[in-house]
Write a protein that binds this ligand. Structure first.
Ligand SMILES: [Fe+2]
Length: 478
């Protein structure tokens, strides 16, 4: 009997010794995505894990890994022991492997890939939000992230329904489905939704770079600048000032995208309008050439034509279609939250629907392609890899509304909104050129007029000799 108990005890002990004492892994950015990365996990074991990092996998032998890091930041939040290693001075466009090892356990080998640092790159991005309530549908979308292998995910808030500890634990467990079978972790750029009861939820779970959850990331040396805005605080005030200053000071990115939670003009009648965002953000989007705004919260599907703020006769709810200089709005959630009816289209709506979906974007310096991907059949979708990530996997269900399945935004078609340094500069350059032409023509005209007068002077002198003499004589007489 004693012998049997001893064997069982040893088996149990050995089981727990091999079980990872870390979980809920994720990656984020606080700074340049080409050279930095934040790696986060939940520390279960009593001893603190060390992160072993290298650009080679070394068959999972952590002793061969070149670099070791301890957590730069750790806190107890939502009944989890969050640890964060903030990595700097990484090489751009490079796969890094890491292992978390503590006294009790060792994780599998994970990897992440830094973004490129040149505008000549191509990016694959998944954007969406609202994953609360239905874990099954949330898991579908998460698994699709793993299969499509994007460079990163933009997530527009409302991760959980109640913002409680258990829902957050579940959410982070579900997020592990975004990790590739080879251990690849896709970074998340997180915004706050109304179901996050405070800014600190996003800050503490995703190590956000700004405590008020508005921040910008410069990507691929100005190929793209992403603005994460906070719908749950004042749209003007400090956030509005920061947004305008940042847009003013960063006119070099080729493309600009924003993400935030509340849609300015939701496409379901169940949701109210976001007048302050319309008042304070939409004019800045137009003035500074925001190419795309990703919105959430309403749990419907929508894409719009490029639009700008307007109260003109043909406008609708404060916007009018402007294919040259407008912003394309995408949305509105559907990462697992309860779906609503899409019953509030506008004149400038390109298409709307009601199904679980994510937005999938390909970006290079010439164009942006946007697709809406239905997430229901993820198990039938084939796996992409780093080399094939810009191709369509087998069985992927791309939404095909009448307006077309791909929205293509071509840079050259939009001198204000679609070119670097172009907010008004395109127009100003054109005005300047026309003005120069006018000035030049005027100068040439004056030159020939003076030349004509000089050449004709002898003829005039003869023709008006008498009059000239008369005048002279009269003057003299006077
Ligand atoms: Fe919401």
């Amino acid at each position: 009997m004693f012998y049997r108990l001893t064997i069982i005890f040893i088996l149990i002990l050995s089981y727990f010794n091999t079980e990872a004492k870390t979980d809920k892994y994720r990656c984020m950015w606080r700074d340049d995505p080409a050279t930095t990365m934040v790696v986060a996990w939940n520390q279960i074991g009593k001893t603190e894990a060390t992160l072993y990092l290298d650009t080679l996998k070394h068959n999972g032998d952590y002793t061969m890994f070149c670099h070791q890091f301890k957590a730069d930041k750790k806190h107890w939040f939502k009944r989890m022991n969050h640890h964060f290693v903030r990595l700097n001075n990484l090489k751009p466009n490079t796969v890094y492997y890491f292992i978390l090892k503590d006294n009790d356990s060792q994780s599998e080998v994970f990897s992440f890939k830094t973004l490129p640092d040149t505008k000549d790159s191509q990016l694959s991005i998944i954007a969406g939000g609202d994953s609360r309530n239905h874990r099954k549908y949330r898991q579908h979308a998460n698994s699709l992230v793993s299969k499509l292998r994007p460079d990163f995910v933009m997530f527009g808030g409302d991760m959980t329904g109640s913002d409680g500890s258990t829902p957050w634990k579940n959410w982070l467990d579900d997020w592990q489905l975004t990790i590739g079978k080879d251990g690849r972790i896709t970074p998340i750029v997180a915004a706050r939704g109304n179901h996050e009861r405070s800014n600190k939820v996003i800050e503490k779970i995703f190590d956000s770079p700004h405590k008020d959850i508005y921040y910008a990331l410069n990507i691929a040396d100005g190929l793209l600048r992403i603005y994460t805005l906070n719908s749950l605080i004042a749209a003007n005030g400090n956030q509005g000032k920061w947004l305008e200053e940042d847009l003013k000071n960063h006119d070099y990115p080729i493309w600009k995208m924003a993400q935030y939670h509340y849609p300015i003009r939701p496409h379901t009648a169940k949701k109210s309008e976001s007048y302050n965002q319309q008042k304070y953000w939409a004019p800045l989007f137009y003035k500074y050439g925001m190419d795309i705004a990703v919105e959430c919260d309403a749990h419907v599907v929508k894409t719009t034509y490029p639009i700008r703020p307007s109260n003109e006769a043909e406008s609708d709810e404060g916007f009018i279609r402007d294919d040259e200089n407008g912003t394309v709005f995408l949305g509105e959630g559907c990462w697992g939250a309860p779906l609503r009816r899409n019953n509030d289209n506008k004149k400038w709506t390109r298409a709307s629907g009601s199904f679980n979906q994510i937005k999938w974007l390909f970006i290079n310096k010439e164009s942006i392609e946007v697709r809406t991907v239905k997430t229901h059949n993820v198990n039938e979708v084939s796996q992409l890899n780093d080399l094939s990530k810009f191709s369509m996997p087998e069985n992927i269900d791309i939404w095909k509304p009448e307006s077309g399945e791909v929205i293509t935004i071509v840079q050259s078609q939009n001198p204000i909104g679609y070119q670097p340094n172009s907010s008004l500069k395109g127009e100003l350059a054109a005005i300047s050129l026309a003005s120069n032409h006018k000035n030049g023509a005027m100068k040439v005209g004056i030159f020939f007029l003076i030349l004509f007068i000089i050449m004709m002077y002898p003829a005039y002198a003869v023709m008006f000799k008498d009059k000239l003499n008369f005048s002279f004589i009269n003057n003299k007489n006077n």
